[in-house]
Every structure is written in structure tokens, then in C-alpha cells.
Write a protein that binds this ligand. Structure first.
Ligand SMILES: CC(=O)N[C@H]1[C@@H](OP(=O)(O)OP(=O)(O)OC[C@H]2O[C@@H](n3ccc(=O)[nH]c3=O)[C@H](O)[C@@H]2O)O[C@H](CO)[C@@H](O)[C@@H]1O[C@H](C)C(=O)N[C@@H](C)C(=O)N[C@H](CCC(=O)O)C(=O)O
Ligand SMILES: Nc1ncnc2c1ncn2[C@@H]1O[C@H](COP(=O)(O)OP(=O)(O)OP(=O)(O)O)[C@@H](O)[C@H]1O
Length: 509
């Protein structure tokens, strides 16, 4: 049996106790765990999930002319049992019962694709906020320093200027290994990938995958899935491996990280970053001091265990200083000199939809940002305030069919940190938009500064028109997304384009 790149994988299933001889001339394509994505020649891995069982999709896999079917079985005694069924084109396809297929999928996919991660510096970034930004900063900075680095995350997978959309922030093991194999073929030397708490709990990835594990911060999110903050923190902690080789890069200013650090007295492979002097106590540290904010960005003194350098960046807001520090720690680990780091940071531009600022003569500064959690909104507003001479406006909403508890918290935060508020649609999905707004308003006490305008484009244009040139308008929640989900419909909506075209051509009166 041969994989798509021609190397033999005839012994692929032997370590899993499955003795299957397939003809060496047969060509197989990819491992796929979703029947909706199968093509002829693929191997279908029918795992059991939270809602479905893999064997429910055997018929689809046969209809897709797949090469082989692995299907998760209930009992270990069934493991390795092989039956056959004809595919649509009449070929007998082997169906192999596989015990704990879901748990084994990572190892199975790694072996199938010849452990591509071993040829790459694997950088995993986890935390409630900052994963996308930090991963893209790392990729841009490493690539600028002759270490081509791809990304995998919310914005897609691939090289930073040609991302392909993917279903999950952190793909399942089969899709992940396929991407990694592609990156090795493209002569990439590193991958900066976002690691969601869901992926860690569901074993889509293993800690041992990562040469570098970055933790940004922890705040309230995804409680519908994790139930408690303790479970959520434990999920994030799973990114750290105790094999002694992985380097942990953690935010020393974050309370959850501080608890972990107290247990890590003797941990050698550790870089602690932050904006508090306390991070300097660690053997390896990255610290930002003397931070100053200008219209053109931020300037700070970077101190580290290797020395000091002045950093200027066009990015705005203190949390971007944190994201830069995390990225700089990774670059230091990758042996990039401090002076080269300073040069490459200077030419970095904002990541699309992440505190991306748009300006026009005689119009307010508009900042498009993906903030959609209470903490994210608060940080984005605080960052905008640092750059605001007049009034601070915010246009935001909350998603439907998701964590309802955060809605009044976001209302309250908007009220505390801004002068003018327009509450609008985010992705209401199947919930009533009016009810979502009511939930947001439950956290508010100053109706005089709040307007409700459900149609999002109208809300954005109203804010840009009514705000004064020295005001700042934060458009929070959509970021890079190019749609709004209302009911079951995904409608085209691109906030970055809306602002760009309004500022390029539109009349603001
Ligand atoms: C709740 C959850 O996390 N579900 C994830 C989980 O699916 P599941 O176990 O529920 O799958 P299932 O529906 O029971 O189906 C079982 C198996 O049958 C397959 N299937 C299913 C239907 C079908 O027609 N054919 C088929 O083959 C599925 O691909 C799956 O392998 O495993 C799948 C494969 O890895 C994931 O794609 C899926 O993510 C769903 C789509 C999702 O929306 N997850 C969100 C909550 C998530 O993971 N988000 C994080 C980012 C969070 C953040 O914003 O930070 C992420 O990493 O994306
Ligand atoms: N280090 C940070 N700390 C706090 N907030 C941040 C940080 N970095 C970015 N943010 C804010 O959080 C929002 C989400 O940022 P980003 O997309 O980088 O995080 P994320 O962890 O990838 O989130 P998601 O998985 O939801 O995309 C940003 O739009 C910004 O407002």
C-alpha cells in the first residue's frame, strides 16, 4: 500500500494490531474522518463523536468509492475484525473494526503521513484571547527571519498571505497531519498553530506535538462546553508536555499562569513574558518596560535574559504588546537576534480584523476588531481609549445559540469603557435578535448613551457618520469574518470592506 507521496505504508496498521495485506500497487489518497469530505481513494476513519457514530456513515463512504473504512467499535474483542462490502463502482472495500479509534486517531494519522511534525518546529498557541494574533505575528516574524512559517487557526491554514478556510480553529488529527505534510512539501520550517481548548479535550492534538507551547491568558469563554473555569483551565493546561523537551512560553501577568508557575519551580524549558517587573525573576524572560502609545503605534524597551533593545510597532493597544512579547519569546527560542527582532517588528502591519485601524481625513479613526468576549471587548476598548482624543464609540452585539451569560457582562463593559454605544446584530443564529439585545441591556444602566440598531451595516455607517474626527469608533465582534448568520442563513457581510470602501469613496455627512 502506498500513500499519495509514494512512500510505502504497508505496515501502517500493524502497530495497532491489525494485520491487513493490501496490494502494493494500490494508491490511497488521504485519511478523512468526515464522510462529507471523502473523495475516491480516501480512507474513511469513522470515529464516534458526541452526536454521531462513525458506522452511521459507512454507506456514504462506499458511495464515495473510498479505499478502506476504519470504524470505531464498542468492544476491544471486535478490534481488527474485517468484513467487506462493495463500493458504488463494485470494488470490495474492507471495513475494519477499530477499538478506541477516536483516541488513536492522532497516532494513526501521524504514522500515515510519516510524522510530518518531526520536520517542523511546531508552535502551539493556546489561551482565551490572542491566539490568532500571536500565531500570525510568530509566522510573519519567523518568515521575515528566513524561517518560513505557516499558520493553522481561526483565519485558515497555509502561508499567511494565502490562507485556506478550515472548519475548526484546530483541525482534527487527520486534517491536521495532512496540512503538516503539505507544509513539509512546501519547505516550511515552522508552523504556528492555534490550539483550542476543545481540541485539547477531544485529543485532536497531543502535547507532545509541540516543540513550543504558548499560553496567552485565560478569561471567561466557552463555559457552555467546559461548564466551569476550572475545567477550562485544565483543558488549556493539557498543551504542556512533561517530556522535558518542549519549551513553555507563558504570560507571567496572567493569574492562571501564575498558579502554574508556582508548580514549575524547577522547570528549565520556560520563558516567562509580561509587562510586570516580576517576570524578570525567571531565568529566561521577555519584559516590556517604558511603554508609550502614539497614533502610529507603540514603543517599548524590551528586556530579556539576552539583553535589551527598543521596539517600535505599528500595532495598537497593550494586549498587542503582550502578543508581541509572546512572539518575541518564540523568536528568541528560534535563535533570532534581538536586533533582527527589532527590525522585523517595526515593519509588521495589523492582522486583518484584529485591531485593524482605518483612517480618513476629517473622519473618526475606525478600528475593526474580532473582540467577542467580555475580556476581549474590555481590552479592545481600553486599547482604543489610549489612542482617543474625543469620544469613544462602540458598535457590537452578541452571538445567538452560544454562552448567554456573557451578554450582560459585555453590556456593562461597553457602558463603563465607552461614551457612545450602538448595540447591533452579531450572529444571532436561531435566537431572536431582540432577545439577545435585551440580555445585553440587562447589564446596562445608562440608556442615554445607548442606541439599538439591529441591521449591522446601518449601525456601522451611523457610528462613522455621527462620530467626530477626533473620536474613535470600535467595531467589535466581526473582525475578519465575511458573513452574518441570521436564522439558518449565512449572509455576506464584510465589515473591513465596508469601512475601507466607505472611507475610500463614500460620503460621510
Ligand atoms: C462539539 C465539538 O467540538 N465537535 C467537534 C467534534 O465533533 P463531534 O464529536 O460532535 O462529531 P459528531 O457530529 O458526533 O460526528 C462523529 C464523527 O462523524 C463524522 N461525521 C459527522 C456527520 C456526517 O455527516 N459525516 C461524518 O462523517 C464527524 O466528522 C465526526 O468525525 O469533532 C469534530 C472533528 O474533529 C469537530 O469538527 C467538531 O467541531 C464542531 C464542528 C464545532 O463546532 N466545534 C467547536 C465547538 C470547536 O471545536 N471550536 C474550537 C474553537 C473555539 C474557539 O473559538 O476558541 C475549534 O477548535 O474549532
Ligand atoms: N493578548 C490578548 N489579550 C486580551 N485580548 C486580546 C489579546 N489579543 C487580542 N485580544 C482581543 O481579543 C480578540 C480576539 O483576538 P484573537 O483573534 O487574536 O484571539 P483568539 O484567541 O484567536 O480568539 P478566537 O479563537 O476567538 O479567534 C481581538 O480581537 C482583541 O480584541
Amino acid at each position: 500500500m502506498f500513500s499519495s507521496n509514494g512512500k510505502t505504508i504497508s505496515k501502517w496498521l500493524a502497530p495497532f494490531g491489525i494485520d491487513l495485506e493490501l496490494s502494493l500497487s494500490e494508491q490511497v489518497r488521504h485519511l478523512v474522518n468526515d464522510s462529507r469530505e471523502l473523495s475516491a481513494g480516501d480512507i474513511f476513519c469513522g470515529v464516534n463523536g458526541t452526536a454521531n457514530k462513525g458506522r452511521d456513515f459507512i454507506a456514504q463512504a462506499l458511495a464515495a468509492d473510498c479505499h478502506l473504512i476504519l470504524v470505531e467499535c464498542q468492544h476491544s474483542a471486535q478490534h481488527g475484525t474485517i468484513t467487506t462490502k462493495p463500493s458504488t463502482s463494485g470494488i470490495e472495500v474492507a471495513i475494519i473494526e477499530f477499538y478506541q479509534l477516536n483516541q488513536q486517531l492522532f497516532t494513526l494519522a501521524s504514522a500515515f503521513y510519516f510524522h510530518p511534525h518531526q520536520q517542523l518546529m511546531m508552535i502551539g498557541i493556546t489561551g482565551t484571547n490572542g491566539k490568532t494574533t500571536t500565531s500570525q505575528l510568530i509566522a510573519k516574524l519567523l518568515s521575515a527571519n528566513n524561517q518560513p512559517c505557516s499558520v493553522i487557526g481561526t483565519n485558515g491554514a497555509g502561508q499567511i498571505d494565502q490562507l485556506t478556510a478550515i472548519k475548526n480553529t484546530t483541525p482534527g488529527a487527520t486534517e491536521l497531519m495532512r496540512w503538516l505534510q503539505q507544509f513539509t512539501e512546501q519547505q516550511q520550517s515552522a508552523v504556528a498553530m492555534e490550539v483550542s481548548s476543545h481540541a485539547l479535550v477531544q485529543a485532536r492534538v497531543q502535547a507532545s506535538l509541540f516543540d513550543v507551547a504558548v499560553f496567552t491568558n485565560l478569561s471567561r469563554d466557552h463555559l457552555d462546553y467546559h461548564q466551569s473555569m476550572e475545567n477550562y483551565a485544565e483543558a488549556k493546561f493539557q498543551i504542556f508536555s512533561d517530556n522535558g523537551e518542549q519549551i513553555a512560553v507563558v504570560n507571567g501577568d496572567d493569574q492562571t499562569a501564575q498558579v502554574w508557575l508556582t508548580h514549575w519551580h524547577n522547570k528549565k524549558n520556560l520563558i516567562v513574558y509580561g509587562r510586570s517587573e516580576t517576570v524578570k525573576q525567571y531565568q529566561q524572560f521577555v519584559y516590556a518596560g517604558a511603554i508609550s502609545h502614539q497614533h502610529s503605534g507603540v514603543t517599548f524597551t524590551l528586556s530579556s535574559h539576552l539583553g535589551e533593545v527598543t521596539i517600535h510597532s505599528q500595532l495598537i493597544g497593550d494586549f498587542n504588546v503582550d502578543n508581541l512579547l509572546a512572539a518575541i519569546a518564540v523568536l528568541i527560542h528560534a535563535k533570532v537576534s534581538l536586533s533582527d527582532i527589532a527590525i522585523s517588528v517595526k515593519s509588521l502591519t495589523a492582522i486583518p480584523g484584529r485591531m485593524e485601524a482605518f483612517s480618513r481625513h476629517n473622519a473618526p479613526l475606525a478600528v475593526v476588531d474580532y473582540a467577542h468576549t467580555p475580556d476581549g471587548l474590555e481590552n479592545a476598548l481600553k486599547a482604543c481609549r489610549q489612542h482617543c482624543q474625543g469620544q469613544l464609540w462602540v458598535v457590537f452585539g452578541c452571538g445567538g445559540d452560544r454562552d448567554r451569560g456573557k451578554r450582560p457582562l459585555m453590556g456593562k463593559i461597553a457602558e463603563i469603557h465607552s461614551d457612545q454605544i450602538i448595540i447591533t446584530n452579531d450572529n444571532p443564529r436561531t435566537e431572536s435578535p431582540e432577545q439577545i439585545v435585551k440580555d445585553v441591556l440587562a447589564g446596562c444602566q445608562q440608556p442615554e448613551k445607548i442606541n439599538v440598531m439591529l441591521e449591522r451595516q446601518q449601525a456601522v455607517l451611523a457610528a462613522l457618520t455621527q462620530a467626530k474626527p477626533d473620536d474613535v469608533v470600535l467595531l467589535a465582534g466581526k473582525g475578519h469574518e465575511d458573513y452574518v448568520i441570521i436564522g439558518d442563513q449565512q449572509l455576506t457581510y464584510n465589515e473591513r470592506e465596508l469601512v475601507r470602501s466607505t472611507y475610500a469613496h463614500g460620503a460621510l455627512s
